[in-house]
Design a protein around this ligand. Structure first.
Ligand SMILES: [Zn+2]
Length: 271
């Protein structure tokens, strides 16, 4: 339905203590209702609410001087053509700005394609759009487990096949602080192997690196990118997504000969 969105109206039945759809139909999976209760409803006004389509931004803002990864240079953002300079090219009162950015590929929230790790792997320009957009998403809530290493047991009971698997560690709360660079959470080799074996479509994480940076063989990058599974790092706001029932988009610029690039990752929730 182009140009519109559907609404679902849930009624709270104060007698039964249950949520009901206005149409008397099944209100949907329990996880979906839990998410609505957690994020959408004020605690004391559970009478009537509408659930509408929402876009959830899962990307950090890139700005001049931002350090994403320790040891890599920050982006330099400036005018190529300033508004003042542009005036000589246009009619009176008409001006433009053309910006210039100099940065390494690993800046902000970015996607790794297989070429990042393997010379014969697919680069950004060779990734199918269907592998990056309109993916069914699932969130792995790994926040607050106390362990930096997130192993395969975190994926127990989660159907990852064909899905964008987004691992929420909560590390994005340290973004733009010195803590962000030290002692970050990461996936283990066995978690990566399970994701590859089970056919995940894409794997994302809201941490500094999907690998333990102390392991110089980078097993998670090696396994996932070796299996043709793109990786998204430095995500944020994963707590705003439900565990299931959302669509995920992570589409970088289509650049030939590059393996990594920033993107605007987002999820669509609701109907
Ligand atoms: Zn990476």
């Amino acid at each position: 339905m182009a140009g519109s969105f559907q609404q679902k109206v849930l009624l709270f039945n104060s007698c039964s203590g249950r949520l009901e759809n206005t149409g008397g139909t099944d209100p949907g999976p329990a996880s979906e209702i839990f998410w609505y209760l957690t994020y959408n409803l004020p605690r004391r006004s559970l009478a009537v609410t509408t659930v509408k389509k929402q876009l959830i931004d899962l990307s950090h803002t890139i700005e001049h001087g931002l350090i994403t990864y320790k040891g890599l240079p920050a982006p330099v953002i400036c005018d190529f053509l300033s508004r003042e300079q542009s005036k000589q090219h246009y009619a009176p009162g008409t001006e433009f700005q053309i910006g210039k950015i100099e940065m390494v590929a690993n800046t902000g929230t970015y996607l790794d394609s297989p070429f990042h790790r393997y010379p014969d792997g697919r680069d950004l320009s060779q990734l199918e759009l269907t592998s990056l957009a309109d993916l069914d998403g699932v969130v792995v809530r790994a926040k607050g487990e106390g362990e930096r290493a997130i192993d395969a047991t975190a994926l127990d009971g989660i159907d990852v096949r064909g899905k964008a698997v987004l691992v929420q560690t909560g590390w994005d709360s340290h973004w733009k602080t010195d803590q962000y660079f030290e002692s970050h959470p990461f996936l283990t080799k066995d978690a990566a192997q399970l994701l590859a074996d089970e056919g995940a479509a894409l794997v994302g994480i809201d941490s500094y690196n999907i690998d333990d940076t102390a392991d110089l063989s980078r097993p998670v990058h090696s396994i996932l990118l070796g299996a043709g599974i793109p990786v998204v790092e430095h995500m944020c706001n994963l707590g705003q997504l439900p565990v299931n029932g959302f669509k995920f988009f992570a589409v970088p610029v289509k650049v030939k000969g590059m393996g990594t690039f920033p993107l605007r990752a987002f999820g669509i929730v609701g109907e």
